[in-house]
Design a protein around this ligand. Structure first.
Ligand code: R5P
Length: 294
């Protein structure tokens, strides 16, 4: 029998896309916050003896983590045979080491909190930088979906003469793969993070790319500062207005407004529900679920 697919993060477009592609039956649950910010969760579908899958990106992790745990454990209490998690955006992956004495290594500690609740995990391009294998954090059956083929298909169909630009060395894995698939030229810049909301980016001589459309490619748009800083350099170098492409549109604080003010058109995958979603991951995520769901 098909697994039941619950959606906790409001990503109904992805829930519908997944149900159409994988052997999944949409199921219903409710979540809200009480005035004191405690969470209420209710399962509305019969899960007795069924395999359950929960779709929940963790872009607002401190708000979503508790309801996610409440839902997954309630599914078990109500008789679900298994509970898999599809978290297209996995949170707390960037603090993967103790940069300063006394800091919490939240990538590992967050995984320690989440992993015991799940039988298997599917995620999309987690921010694996110093930690290379997701299985060292999440010791459960898992699949890492790579969005690069979907990003490449978008670039190929939408941008006539692209110059792909990775704003920092960490973005090279995405930009080089999109470049390989589209056969477009690419460069990778150097970024220094000066604070949560401050970055400095160095841009090499890019005169010869003046006739190209710069396409900034990154895994995450959080505050947007990385893209805004990069776009400023490109503008001063006389380049065409850039477009930005990111796997995960986290859009923290005023990122959307700030990107608009900087004249940057941003496009994202539907790993996190947002108005900038233009790249559908249902096919790629659906395949990964098919491999893991019982
Ligand atoms: C950092 O290592 C990531 O790859 C992104 O570049 C970063 O998360 C973007 O953050 P922000 O939008 O706040 O500059």
């Amino acid at each position: 029998m098909n697994s039941l697919l619950f959606c906790l993060d409001g990503n109904l477009a992805l829930q519908t896309g997944l149900a159409a592609r994988a052997r999944l039956q949409p199921a219903a649950c409710q979540r809200w916050q009480f005035p004191d910010e405690e969470s209420y969760v209710r399962v509305l579908s019969n899960v007795q003896g069924r395999d359950a899958v929960v779709l929940c990106s963790l872009h607002r992790p401190d708000t979503l983590f508790i309801p996610l745990c409440l839902l997954m454990e309630t599914l078990r209490e109500l008789g679900a045979r298994s509970v898999g998690l599809v978290a297209p955006y996995l949170a707390y992956m960037r603090q993967d080491q103790r940069f300063h004495p006394g800091e919490a290594v939240s990538a590992r500690l967050f995984a320690d909190l989440l992993a015991p609740h799940i039988d298997w995990l599917v995620t999309v391009d987690p921010h694996l930088h110093r930690i290379h294998d997701l299985g060292t954090l999440y010791p459960v059956p898992h699949r890492v979906v790579h969005a690069a083929p979907a990003l490449a298909a978008w670039v190929a169909s939408e941008i006539a003469q692209p110059l792909l630009i990775g704003p920092d060395s960490e973005s090279e894995q995405w930009v080089s793969e999109v470049a390989r698939l589209t056969k477009a030229p690419f460069i990778v810049l150097q970024k220094v993070r000066l604070g949560d909301r401050k970055v400095a980016v160095s841009v090499p001589d890019i005169e010869r790319w003046r006739e190209h459309t710069p396409v900034l490619i990154d895994d995450i748009i959080s505050t947007g500062r990385t893209l805004i800083e990069t776009a400023g350099h490109l503008q001063r170098a006389g380049m065409r207005p850039p477009v930005a492409l990111a796997v995960h549109g986290v859009y923290a604080e005023h990122a959307e407004r700030d990107l608009q003010a900087a004249g940057i058109q941003a496009f994202t995958s539907n790993s996190i529900p947002h108005a900038s979603n233009t790249i559908d991951l249902s096919e790629l995520v659906g395949q990964a679920i098919e491999e893991l769901a019982p």
